[in-house]
Structure formats: structure tokens, C-alpha cells
Design a binder for this molecule. Structure first.
Ligand code: SF4
Length: 462
């Protein structure tokens, strides 16, 4: 199992951990892990090897990749090359490992990944990973395996399906929750036992791949099941899910864990779910920063995106953070949303200033990238200059009052081209990675694409 980002990211992925654990439920099988090296230059000339046995990845019969989002596709190319394999599936021989992929990217658009793999498991792979491995090990050739895999309802075999994606798999409720096989001190979620408190989301934010329409909404894991799975010696517990704070018993669960003297981390906190009891429990479980999201810079945009966070919820969150002695509140936000104007940014400046009078405030800002399989699919990227201009306006307005961190507008554009692209964009990414992987390399590679889509996108960059 190869993760196309470094160890710390891979081992924080509950999906990756869940498949690793489930493979070992079959006594006939063993999976070993490998990750994109932290320092690729230092790794040159050394084949990628597994953590368990130091065996070269290229020697394994199956290489399973988990891809979280578009910018990890560069890592896919790199791990394949470091394994001594040609990144393009069509150039690999029948003796090379069978390359099977899955992961969160498959919920939106895995087409740019298609040139690099033999098959892709769409959606939840808790069940289908096992079925796919049975097929790969039960057939006598790669070609036969591909033919059989293409018969599974949620397995995409690019060579057979072209660009027609099958529906995503939804695993049986009985297989929930996902939980980690390994705890490690070497990730940002240090020594945390990762466990799924719920899967999916019942809300309908217009930009989100995990909205209600994806795999039937939210599936809740009972409190007793959650508490019963936690190993006695786990000092910290990470409760994972697209909308964990919407779990009806979330405050009770955090309270119970705090009573046991454990630290708790939640992968998502919705501001409208915060109340005195819940925030008190979070504080007892080690929270020092209350992190939540409002996503749109103004109420007008939040309404347009059907994002339920309102100003009064965010104000209350700030007051609760202060009342319970949190050091700060962190708010995730997007800029560059469709129809966003300077007035929306000015509203955020004003509101951010108000919030920062209640509790020290940080904003974590990401440029909006339209994803497939959402109502905002196909929306244009705002443009690098536009996004940078909005960030500048925000920085100027909030200077000295609010800490502001933003991800790169340029790389958001690269993510956008891939999110909206197909196999051709994947091949262009290969050229960009081989040319050195800088932003200019991507820009050149996308500009060289024959159809007019990338040119239209480049017009917004210029
Ligand atoms: S953004 Fe969050 S709350 Fe909205 S649909 Fe997605 S997971 Fe649910």
C-alpha cells in the first residue's frame, strides 16, 4: 500500500489505515506500507521500499495507491518512478505489479489518475478492496484481472471504460466504523487512535463532495461502539468524519473520553453545533484552539452556497472559546467563490475585526476550486490575480488584528485544472513533474494541451 504523500500525511489518513487493517483480516494476505519520501532528492538512486520488511515496492504483485486530492497526483508519478516502474500503465509490462487505486479523489474526479493505474475503486473501498484483491490474485494475467474487475459495479478500468466512470461504492453499514491499525508518534496527530464517529454528511453545501447526495448522507456510529473500540492505552483519540460534530451524542462522547483522561481531536466542528456543554468537554479533552469553518466571506455567499453557518453562530463560538479559556479561534474560509465581490471581502474584514475583539482569531484561507460531483461543478476558477488581490485586500484590512494564512492561488489553479480535467490533464501533469514540478512547468504543460479548455483557463491566469 503506497501513499503518494509523506509518512505523516499517509498515517493520518483513516481510509488508508482502514484498508490496511482490513487486508490483514484475511490470514492469507499481508500488506506492507510505503510512502513518498520526505526528501525526494536525498532518495534518488534508492528504490522505494516498504516500512515493514524493507522490500522494494516494485517487487510486490500488487501496488495499491490511496489518493486524497488532485495535487497528490504528482506524488503518484513520483512513487511509481521511485519504485522503478514507468508511471504510464500502458508502458508497464505484464510482469510489473498490478496498480490499483482508490481514495477520496474517487468521490469527485479520478480521470486524471487514469493513465497511471490499471484499475480504480470508486468510493468506499472497505468492501471492494477485498473483492478486487480476490480477483487480482485469482486470475492468471493482468489482462484477465482487468476484464474481471471491470465487471464489479464500482471498479473503473480505464482501458475498458474509457472515460465513463461507474458509480461510487457504498459499503455495508456493518463494516463501519473505520479505525486505525497503527498509532504512531510521527504524525501531526501524534499518538492518536483514529476512529470514525460517523460517515458522510446530511448537509448540502454546494461546493462539497461529501454533501448529502454522496452515498446517502450521514451514517452514525453508536456512542457505545465508539467507546468500546478505543484501546485502553490510547492517550489521545481522533474522531474522524465529514461532519463529526453533527453526531447526536458528540458532547457525551467527548465528555466520556475526557473523564477517562484522554485527549480528543475532532476532524470537523460546525459552528452551529457548539454549545456550552460541548465546548467545556472539548476544553477538558485538551482543546486550546477552537477550530471551525464558515467558508464564505459574507452572509450573502454563505446563503448562496447553502452553508448553514451564520454570524450569530460564529459570534457565539468566539464567546464560548473565550469563556472556556481557549487561546484562540481558528476559522476556515474560502475566497474566489462564484459571484464574490470586493464588498464580500470587506464584510469579512469587518466581521473578523469584531470577532477578534472577543477572542484572538486566525483565518485559514483556501481559494475555491470547483469539484466534479457537486452543484458548483464547472464553475470557473476566479483567476490567480483575482484571488491574490482579494487576499491582499483581506490582509490589509485585518493587519495587526487577525492572523491570516492562505494557501497558494497558483497551486489552487493547478488543482482546478486537474479537478475539472481528464486523462489528458493527467498526462500533462506527468510532463510537468518530469520537467521539475514548478508552477511554471505545470503552466507550460497545461498550455500545450490540444483542446481549448486549458487555454480558456489560462486566460483567467494571465
Ligand atoms: S462542507 Fe461540511 S457541512 Fe457542508 S456538506 Fe460538506 S461535509 Fe457537510
Amino acid at each position: 500500500m503506497v501513499y503518494p504523500s509523506p509518512y505523516a500525511a499517509g498515517m493520518s489518513s483513516l481510509g488508508f489505515q482502514q484498508i490496511y487493517r482490513r487486508i490483514h483480516l484475511n490470514p492469507q494476505r499481508v500488506a506492507e506500507r510505503a510512502f513518498l519520501p520526505d526528501d525526494i532528492e536525498a532518495h534518488r538512486g534508492v528504490p522505494l521500499f516498504t516500512y515493514e520488511s524493507l522490500r522494494p515496492v516494485g517487487d510486490f504483485p500488487v501496488l495499491a495507491l490511496s489518493v486524497a486530492f488532485e495535487l497528490e497526483l504528482a506524488g503518484v508519478v513520483q512513487v511509481l518512478e521511485l519504485s522503478g516502474l514507468d508511471p504510464l500503465a500502458e508502458r508497464r509490462s505484464a510482469r510489473d505489479p498490478f496498480v490499483l487505486a482508490g481514495g477520496p479523489l474517487t468521490f469527485s474526479n479520478p480521470l486524471p489518475l487514469a493513465p497511471f493505474v490499471d484499475a480504480i475503486l470508486m468510493g468506499e473501498a472497505d468492501e471492494t478492496a477485498e473483492q478486487a484483491l480476490d480477483i487480482v490474485f485469482g486470475t492468471s494475467s493482468k489482462e484477465e484481472a482487468k476484464r474481471e474487475l471491470a465487471k464489479l459495479p464500482s471498479c473503473f478500468v480505464p482501458e475498458i471504460h474509457g472515460t465513463e466512470l461507474p458509480a461510487s461504492a457504498k459499503c455495508a453499514d456493518a463494516l463501519l466504523p473505520a479505525y486505525a491499525a497503527i498509532r504512531t508518534p510521527h504524525t501531526e496527530l501524534r499518538d492518536m487512535f483514529l476512529l470514525e464517529a460517523e460517515r458522510g454528511c446530511h448537509r448540502q453545501c454546494q461546493y462539497c463532495v461529501m454533501r448529502r447526495s454522496t452515498n446517502g448522507g450521514m451514517r452514525i456510529v453508536p456512542k457505545e461502539t465508539i467507546l468500546g473500540l478505543i484501546p485502553e492505552d490510547a492517550p489521545r483519540v481522533g474522531l474522524v468524519g465529514a461532519a463529526v460534530s453533527d453526531h447526536p451524542k458528540i458532547a457525551e462522547i467527548v465528555e466520556a473520553l475526557a473523564d477517562q483522561g484522554r485527549g480528543v481531536g475532532l476532524s470537523s466542528l460546525r459552528p452551529d453545533r457548539l454549545n456550552d456543554r460541548f465546548v467545556a468537554a472539548l476544553k477538558r479533552a485538551g482543546y486550546r484552539t477552537l477550530t471551525t469553518a464558515s467558508d464564505g466571506s459574507s452572509q450573502r455567499l454563505r446563503d448562496a452556497m447553502q452553508r448553514k453557518a451564520r454570524e450569530r453562530h460564529l459570534e457565539k463560538a468566539a464567546q464560548l472559546a473565550r469563556a472556556h479559556g481557549m487561546k484562540r479561534m481558528k476559522l476556515y474560509m474560502m475566497v474566489g467563490l462564484p459571484d464574490e465581490r470586493d464588498e464580500d471581502i470587506d464584510e469579512l474584514v469587518q466581521f473578523g475585526t469584531e470577532l477578534s475583539k472577543i477572542v484572538p482569531l486566525s483565518l485559514g484561507i483556501a481559494p475555491f476550486v470547483a469539484k466534479r460531483n457537486t452543484p458548483l461543478d464547472g464553475a470557473d476558477f476566479a483567476g490567480i490575480k483575482v484571488v491574490e488581490g482579494r487576499l491582499k485586500r483581506l490582509r490589509r484590512g485585518l493587519k495587526g488584528r487577525v492572523d491570516l494564512r492562505a494557501t497558494s492561488a497558483r497551486w489552487a489553479w493547478v488543482e482546478y485544472v486537474l479537478a475539472q480535467g481528464g486523462p489528458a490533464e493527467g498526462r500533462a501533469l506527468l510532463d510537468a513533474v518530469r520537467a521539475g514540478g514548478s508552477f511554471r512547468d505545470y503552466e507550460r504543460a497545461f498550455r500545450a494541451l490540444p483542446d481549448d479548455r486549458p487555454r480558456r483557463r489560462l486566460a483567467v491566469v494571465a
